[in-house]
Structures are given as C-alpha cells and as structure tokens.
Design a protein around this ligand. Structure first.
Ligand code: HEC
Ligand code: HEC
Ligand code: HEC
Ligand code: HEC
Ligand code: HEC
Length: 180
C-alpha cells in the first residue's frame, strides 16, 4: 500500500470521527440552530421599534460591546436610567419604568430571555463581522420595526456558510473557523 492511500484513509477516519463526535456532543440540542422566528416573552416588554425606530437611538448606544467583543450583550439598567430618570412615558407603560427603577435602585437586573442561542460548539464573533462592514440588519433583520424582538434568520450552518462563500466576503470556510 502506498503512503498516499494510508494518508487518505487516515484523513477520512479522522473526518468521520470528528463529525460523529460533534454529533454526539450536540445530540440533545439539535434544534438550537433552527429557531427562526423565536420571540420569547420578556419580563418587561421592551419595544425596539420605539427606541431604535421612532427615537432613532443607535444600536451601539445600548449594545456597546458589539464592536469590541465576541458578544453584543444586553445593556445594564444604568443605560436605561440615563433616559428614564427624566423621560415621560405613556400612563399604561409607567408600571414598567417603575419596575426598571426599582430593580436599578436595589442593584438587581432584569432577567431578559435570550432570543439567539448558538450551540456551544459554535464560535461566533460580533466584532469581526461588524468590522467587516456587515450591518446589524444583515443578520438580525429590520430590528427598528420590531415591537417584540425575534430571531430573523435561521442561523443554521448553511446560512453562515452561504455568506462566507460569497467571493467578495473573503471569509474563512474551514471547520475550525466556526467550531471548537
Ligand atoms: C454576521 C451576522 C451578525 C451581525 C452582522 C450582527 N449579529 Fe448580532 N448575533 C448574530 C448571531 C449569530 C448571534 C447569536 C450568538 C450566540 O448565540 O453566540 C447574535 C446575537 C446578538 C445579541 C445577543 C447577545 C449576544 O452577543 O449573543 C445581540 C444583543 C446582538 N446580536 C446585537 C447585534 C447588533 C447591535 C449588531 C450590529 C451592531 C449585530 N448584532 C450584528 C449575528 C450577527
Ligand atoms: C436614549 C434614551 C433612552 C434609553 C437609553 C432608554 N429609553 Fe426607554 N424610552 C425612551 C423614550 C424617548 C421613550 C418613549 C416616551 C414616549 O414617547 O412615550 C421610551 C419608552 C420606554 C418604554 C415604554 C414603552 C411604551 O410601550 O410606551 C419602556 C418600557 C422603556 N422605554 C424601557 C426601557 C428600558 C428597559 C431601557 C434600557 C434597556 C430603556 N428604555 C432605555 C428613551 C430611552
Ligand atoms: C435603548 C436600548 C436599546 C437599543 C437602542 C437597541 N437595543 Fe437591542 N436590546 C435591548 C434590550 C433591553 C434587549 C433585551 C430585551 C429584548 O430582547 O427585547 C435587546 C435585545 C436585542 C437582541 C436580542 C438579544 C438576544 O437575546 O438574542 C438583538 C439581536 C438586538 N437587541 C439588536 C438590536 C439592534 C440591531 C438595534 C438597533 C437597530 C438595537 N438592538 C437597539 C436594548 C436596546
Ligand atoms: C452576511 C455575511 C455573513 C454571515 C451571515 C456570517 N458571516 Fe462570519 N464572516 C463574514 C465575513 C465577511 C468574515 C470575515 C471577517 C474578516 O474580515 O476577517 C467572517 C468571519 C467569521 C469568523 C472569523 C472571525 C475572526 O475572528 O477572524 C468566524 C468565526 C465567523 N465568521 C463565524 C460565523 C458564524 C458561526 C456564522 C453563522 C452563525 C457567520 N459567521 C455568519 C460574513 C458573514
Ligand atoms: C461559517 C461557519 C461554519 C463553518 C465554516 C462550519 N460550520 Fe458546522 N455549524 C455551524 C453552525 C452555526 C452550526 C449550528 C447550527 C446548525 O446546527 O446548523 C453548525 C453545526 C454543525 C454540526 C452539528 C449539526 C447538527 O445537526 O447538530 C456539525 C456536525 C458541523 N457543524 C460540522 C461541520 C464541519 C465538519 C465543518 C467543515 C467542513 C463545518 N461544520 C464548518 C457553522 C459552521
């Protein structure tokens, strides 16, 4: 047997091994990548359409980690209080502002429900995409029109890979780019 054949056989074995290993790891979470349209109820109904749409508050004012970190992160309550110490809201919404203020005064936080959640074996990095000039809306859709935040894209592997494949994106395609 030539060295090439042995080499090829080994490569296939390692490949099959890796895929089954990842499969076993993710067996319980197979649906995680396919939550398109998921819009969980939030402890406080926070309207993106009002803040980012009508009042045109910059996404990065609240999601300030997005350019520097893997995670975009949800703002802490002092960011809300910068405005809600003073801003008048409609009477029906005052109870929500009272809840935010009370939590803030007690040093507590609001238990926002996560909308997007990739499986643990996937690597994603916000900063790299934002620096490459991709707008938030490319992946998250028209957030400035959403009364309730929802997952806009499938966020399945094919969705990521399709964009990475576009020649103008010059983005990496090897498995280890996106997988631990
Ligand atoms: C290339 C696609 C893409 C772009 C561009 C993008 N996001 Fe994301 N975003 C994602 C994915 C994928 C997740 C889920 C990440 C996870 O579960 O680890 C996510 C998650 C989030 C989260 C939840 C917290 C977190 O980091 O997991 C917030 C908030 C967020 N994005 C805001 C933004 C904002 C604001 C922008 C623009 C400045 C933006 N995103 C641009 C794909 C993108
Ligand atoms: C830059 C200023 C600003 C920041 C920061 C801000 N808000 Fe607001 N918020 C407003 C304005 C302006 C209104 C609308 C007032 C009106 O016209 O009724 C509003 C309205 C609201 C309402 C009432 C919505 C309704 O249905 O009428 C809620 C709830 C709310 N904000 C929650 C929050 C929370 C939670 C945060 C922090 C994550 C936050 N806001 C951060 C300016 C801000
Ligand atoms: C005034 C503050 C504020 C502004 C401005 C804002 N957001 Fe958010 N964002 C929040 C809060 C609070 C949450 C958590 C509650 C929720 O999901 O509705 C959130 C949640 C999100 C999530 C889902 C996070 C998860 O759990 O996966 C995404 C994506 C997101 N924002 C994107 C954006 C984009 C894109 C813009 C600009 C068009 C924007 N946000 C503007 C405060 C803000
Ligand atoms: C809209 C197009 C687009 C989508 C969708 C997209 N990416 Fe990317 N991605 C890019 C581009 C462009 C780059 C190259 C950034 C650069 O210049 O280094 C990149 C780079 C990366 C990198 C390398 C980051 C680094 O630190 O160099 C990772 C990891 C990555 N993407 C993961 C993902 C994952 C996981 C998904 C799906 C959940 C995804 N991407 C969806 C366009 C996209
Ligand atoms: C651009 C990013 C990206 C690249 C490159 C990529 N993947 Fe993925 N992969 C993902 C994301 C995101 C998921 C989770 C969502 C899903 O299951 O579709 C995933 C899921 C998987 C799963 C689990 C599928 C399931 O049903 O749970 C396996 C196995 C996998 N990838 C193997 C690979 C292999 C092998 C390669 C190289 C040939 C590769 N991936 C390259 C982003 C990527």
């Amino acid at each position: 047997m030539g060295k090439k054949v042995v080499g090829l056989a080994l490569l296939i074995l390692v490949g099959v091994g890796l895929v089954s290993f990842i499969y076993v790891l993710t067996n319980n979470k197979i649906v995680v990548g396919y939550n398109q349209g998921y819009a969980p109820e939030q402890p406080i109904p926070f309207p993106h359409d009002l803040h980012a749409g009508q009042y045109k508050i910059d996404c990065k004012y609240c999601h300030s980690q997005v350019e520097v970190s893997k995670h975009a992160a949800v703002p802490s309550l002092n960011v809300c209080m910068n405005c809600h110490m003073g801003v008048q809201v409609r009477a029906e919404a005052q109870k929500y502002i009272d809840q935010v203020t009370e939590a803030y005064n007690k040093g507590e936080s609001i238990a926002w429900q996560k909308v997007h959640l990739l499986p643990d074996h996937v690597k994603f990095n916000h900063a790299a995409h934002v620096k490459a000039g991709k707008s938030c809306q490319t992946c998250h859709g028209p957030v400035e029109t959403m009364q309730v935040m929802k997952q806009n894209a499938s966020m399945a592997m094919g969705w990521c890979v399709n964009c990475h494949r576009q020649p103008e994106n010059n983005a990496p395609l090897n498995c280890s780019t996106c997988h631990y």
